[in-house]
Design a protein around this ligand. Structure first.
Ligand code: ADP
Ligand code: ZN
Length: 674
């Protein structure tokens, strides 16, 4: 529903620009035509005596005298040259002489006397007073036309859906859709499958909304916003709706692109309007989908001139978020697929300082999603949820919802009374066919190779003393990475050479595993290799950690210097040392993997089966890490320091940010370099 809306806007944007152009061109043409009328060279204004002179000379063919004493007279064709002189070629065939007389009666008297004297043989008429009104209309017509055109365009630009009601006057109003509490079918956490971690995080927001006093009485501040980060179709909108449903508060929903319009200032005024509405309905949830449409980093590229209107909108959004008191009960949830492009100011404390990751579902989560979407469908007992979840690696929640719907349609087409297993499998095939171009659906073989690779990292990092302890490994694609591993990096101020070498060995473990057990290497390790190469250069050229170049730092803090601070020969030496270091670690990785071949194979199979594995699974295979006690010590020390912090005033905040930092996933992604 929301998606359709945003798409509309996106498609329309370039058209708006063209319309503007048409409008400007039309106005210019109009202006030319309008302007030409009063300055036409075919008119000549003269004094009354001059006019009398022309009449006496017999130049005039027709006279009309108006009530307001103005006179218009047409010349005889042969008199044009005499009146206009050199200009006569420019004035056209029927030039007009204008003048002002004393009154229509006097004019008539004069013309009659000239007629009897034989100087005037034309016609004279005196249009009645009512002529006045049409004259006004004629004068105003252009303005009426302009306003009509303007209205027409404004109406089209403000979008057919929202614009039709208020027309041009609602352009600055926010386009948020309001779901009053209890008015629509309520979405609760029951409808959101999987996403356990995300649910847990938003649980707190629900509590805030339900019982704000509980927190404010203690002097705590209610969070203002949270950012839901994840690929499309993973249930971000659903989660936000569920928060509103659980807390039983109104829910405003709109997309970031709804703020953006052609007109300067509209975006900002829409933001203001949105917040005004939200404050009236507080406590409530405001959900902004695709916030990157407004939230992109400001003015990064001065050469492009920047998008002032978007920046104004963003500034207004920031101001509003700062402006409303933290306890006003309005909580803003925003969704995006790309945190990296967002303006840093949006992520600062007091704005969207919480990020909640909403990722593609793994095997078990897919089972749960099927569970939710199979509820309304009449299935027979051939349907095996486990099998379906296995058949749909890389599917998002929305894709799975789609599969269920498609299966029901297929069954109905075949005139069945229940939906069977084959209908679901056909639906999966059909959806994969449609998805292939859009998202990454990994084949069986690819999954095996990704699992081998990730198991390689996991095995080595488990067995080396100084490698960071593993938390979780997954082969569910995330962003551009096809698989990922999380480690708990130890917080150390000083890193020893041994630690660095162990890290390097673990990073090379992916490629080494492919090489050893698959027989061929793949493009998937580019990210790993890049990191290893950089680190090794750093160790040798800056940290003096090689045998042939000991205690030398060639660090050059002048980033614009084109000369290397060392000789060609040294450069060659550095290159050779880097190569040697990496080769050595690669050989070490291979050796470790060969020694623990069986464990690695078991781990790979587990990854293929379960898609996610945790430290416990690795421990079951390889046994406890001999050095675990050391990292446990570190953890214990950390806990203690956290507890101490909890007694201080800003306790909640520090604890959260600290947790975030230490749990920041250090991913070893398998980048697919397209
Ligand atoms: P997003 O906002 O992340 O693009 P949506 O929340 O709009 O995705 O999800 C679209 C649809 O996909 C939902 O309406 C729901 O039917 C289905 N869906 C997605 N994720 C889930 C989930 N975790 N559990 C149940 N249904 C889901
Ligand atoms: Zn890797």
């Amino acid at each position: 529903m929301d998606n359709k809306n945003t798409n509309n806007n996106k498609v329309n944007m370039p058209k708006f620009n063209l319309n503007w152009m048409y409008m400007i061109i039309a106005l210019m043409l109009f202006g030319l035509w309008w302007g030409s009328d009063s300055h036409t060279p075919g008119n000549k204004a003269v004094s009354y005596s001059q006019f009398q002179e022309y009449v006496r000379s017999g130049y005039i063919s027709r006279v009309s005298g108006n009530e307001d004493k103005s006179i218009e007279a047409h010349l005889k064709p042969n008199a044009v040259a005499a009146v206009f002189g050199a200009d006569s070629s420019k004035v056209g065939r029927d030039p007009i002489i204008t003048s002002r007389g004393p009154s229509t009666d006097k004019l008539d008297e004069f013309l009659e006397s000239e007629r009897s004297a034989g100087h005037f043989d034309g016609t004279a008429d005196y249009p009645p007073k009512s002529d006045f009104f049409p004259a006004i209309i004629v004068q105003l017509l252009p303005f009426i036309v302009i306003v009509a055109i303007w209205l027409f365009f404004m109406r089209r630009m403000s979008g057919s859906a929202a614009g039709s009601a208020g027309g041009v006057f609602s352009v600055g109003k926010s386009k948020a859709q309001l779901f009053e509490k209890g008015s629509t079918i309520k979405v609760t956490f029951k409808d959101v499958a999987g996403l356990a971690e995300a649910k847990q995080e938003v649980e707190e927001i629900v509590e805030f909304l339900k019982e704000p006093q509980k927190y404010t009485d203690l002097g705590g501040k209610i969070p203002k916003g949270a950012l839901l980060v994840g690929p499309p179709g993973t249930g971000k909108t659903l989660l936000a709706k569920a928060v509103a449903g659980e807390a039983n508060v109104p829910f405003f929903s709109l997309a970031g692109s709804d703020f953006v319009e052609m007109f300067v200032g509209v975006g900002a005024s829409r933001v203001r309007d949105l917040f005004k509405q939200a404050k009236e309905k507080a406590p409530c949830i405001v959900f902004i989908d695709e916030i990157d449409a407004v939230g992109r980093a400001r003015g990064k590229n001065p050469a492009m001139g920047g998008n002032d209107e978007r920046e104004n909108t963003l500034n207004q959004l920031l101001t509003e978020m700062d402006g409303f008191g933290s306890n006003s009960g309005v909580i803003i949830l925003a969704a995006t697929n790309r945190v990296d492009v967002l303006d840093k100011a949006l992520l600062r404390a007091g704005r969207f300082d919480r990020q909640i990751h909403v990722d593609l579902p793994d095997l078990n989560e897919r089972k749960e999603v099927f569970g939710v979407h199979l509820r309304p469908i009449k299935i027979d007992d051939t349907v095996d949820v486990d099998l379906l979840a296995r058949q749909t690696p890389g599917f998002s929640g929305a894709d799975i919802a789609n599969v269920c719907n498609e299966a029901a349609l297929i069954a109905a087409r075949h005139g069945k009374r229940f939906v069977g297993k084959q209908d679901f499998l056909d639906a999966v095939d059909r959806i994969i066919g449609g998805l292939e171009k859009k998202t990454k659906i990994t084949t069986e073989e690819e999954r095996r190779s990704i699992a081998l690779h990730e198991a390689g990292h996991a095995t080595i990092s488990w067995l080396l003393e100084y490698a960071s302890p593993l938390i979780k490994v997954t082969i569910v694609p995330r962003g551009r990475a096809l698989g990922a591993a999380w480690y708990l990096p130890e917080e150390r101020q000083i890193t020893t050479k041994e630690q660095m070498l162990d890290e390097m060995c673990a990073t090379l473990g992916g490629r080494a595993a492919e090489d050893l057990f698959l027989g061929h290497i793949s493009s998937g390790a580019m990210n790993d290799l890049e990191r290893v190469t950089k680190q090794s250069y750093g160790m040798i050229a800056y940290l003096g950690m090689s045998e042939k170049l000991p205690n030398l730092c060639y660090y050059d803090n002048n980033e614009y210097s084109f000369n290397k601070p060392y000789s060609e020969k040294t450069a060659e030496l550095i290159d050779a040392e880097v190569k040697e270091m990496i080769n050595e670690q690669y050989a070490r990785a291979k050796q470790i993997l060969t020694e623990h071949k069986d464990g690695h194979r078991e781990l790979t199979q587990l990854l293929i089966d379960k898609e996610v594995i945790y430290a416990e699974d690795v421990e079951r295979i390889f046994g406890k890490r001999p050095w675990a006690s050391r990292s446990e010590e570190i953890m214990a020390a950390k806990e203690a320091s956290k507890e101490k912090a909890a007694h201080e005033a800003e306790s909640r905040k520090t604890a959260v940010s600290e947790e975030k930092e230490s749990a920041t996933p250090k991913t070893t992604g398998k980048d697919n370099n397209e």
